[in-house]
Design a binder for this molecule. Structure first.
Ligand SMILES: Nc1ncnc2c1ncn2[C@@H]1O[C@H](COP(=O)(O)OP(=O)(O)O)[C@@H](O)[C@H]1O
Ligand SMILES: [Mg+2]
Length: 252
């Protein structure tokens, strides 16, 4: 393995966020290597969404650093992080319900042209954009539903489609904030299968309350509690951790 391969896709160093006196995220450090599938779990109010917003650049950090491929992006706006290879999901509200799945993907790709210079150069014709949309849908095993209007998809499928749109920028790392939130247990299991099938070369950082989906998708899990990483390790280690059981089940 060369030295270039050894650069983490994403690294957090002592990342913190305070809202007035409330320290929502406290000194979080972690490293994600190419293709890693990592999860951060924690109960409601643990600071998961705040951490997600710090990583993606929606909120400024109070202290600490965010590195993308070794570049300090702590003060960078979201769109510059996207251009360097970080993607996050869109909200359901960003889907066009009366347009087909394919049209939604086409719009997501062309909408990116302005912010992603590389794509602006490569996608010089409609044919290129169309081929790119096909390829994205194929990779996500969504091609069979390309002509379906989005409003006829199940809620779970719409959540998956949001993720497909996030893949339009060909990210090296995909950040997901509670992709299974609001889904039934059957839809959550489908979401887990969908995530497992995504390109293994792409790293995934999954931020999630629901432990089951995390155990199916992530190889490495960190537990956030009152803004701090309480425990890290394999699914086995997390499952058997007394500290984790205590915060999730209130036992101890
Ligand atoms: N914009 C904000 N202003 C003030 N407090 C906030 C803000 N966003 C989140 N918080 C607080 O920070 C803590 C962590 O919230 P959040 O990151 O949403 O947790 P989680 O996603 O794990 O449920 C909570 O106590 C929440 O009330
Ligand atoms: Mg949250």
């Amino acid at each position: 393995m060369s030295a270039v391969d050894a650069v983490p896709v994403l690294e957090l160093k002592g990342l913190s966020k305070a809202f007035g006196g409330l320290r929502a995220v406290r000194g979080v450090s972690l490293k994600i290597m190419p293709g890693d599938r990592k999860a951060i779990i924690g109960p409601n109010g643990a600071g998961k969404t705040t951490l997600f917003n710090l990583i993606t650049g929606i909120l400024p950090a109070t202290s600490g650093r965010v590195l993308l491929f070794g570049n300090d992006v702590t003060r960078w706006p979201s769109h510059r992080r996207t251009a360097l290879g970080m993607a996050r999901t869109f909200q359901v509200t960003s889907l066009f319900p009366r347009l087909t799945v394919l049209d939604n993907v086409l719009l997501a790709i062309t909408g990116r042209r302005a912010s992603k210079f590389v794509m602006w150069r490569f996608l010089s014709s409609y044919r290129d954009v169309y081929d790119k949309a096909h390829e994205l849908l194929e990779r996500a095993a969504f091609l069979d539903r390309k002509d379906t209007e989005v409003r006829y998809l199940s809620h779970g499928e719409q959540r998956q489609l949001e993720i497909v749109l996030g893949l339009a920028s060909d990210p090296d790392i995909l950040l997901l904030d509670e992709p299974a939130a609001g889904l039934s247990s059957g839809e959550s299991a489908e979401m887990a299968r969908f995530l497992q099938k995504l390109d293994r070369k792409m790293a995934i950082l999954l931020i999630e309350h629901d432990m089951d989906i995390v155990f199916d998708v992530a190889d490495d899990i960190s537990v956030l509690h009152f803004g701090e990483v309480l425990e890290s390790g394999t699914a086995e280690r997390i499952r058997s951790s007394a500290k984790v059981q205590e915060i999730y089940l209130g036992t101890g």
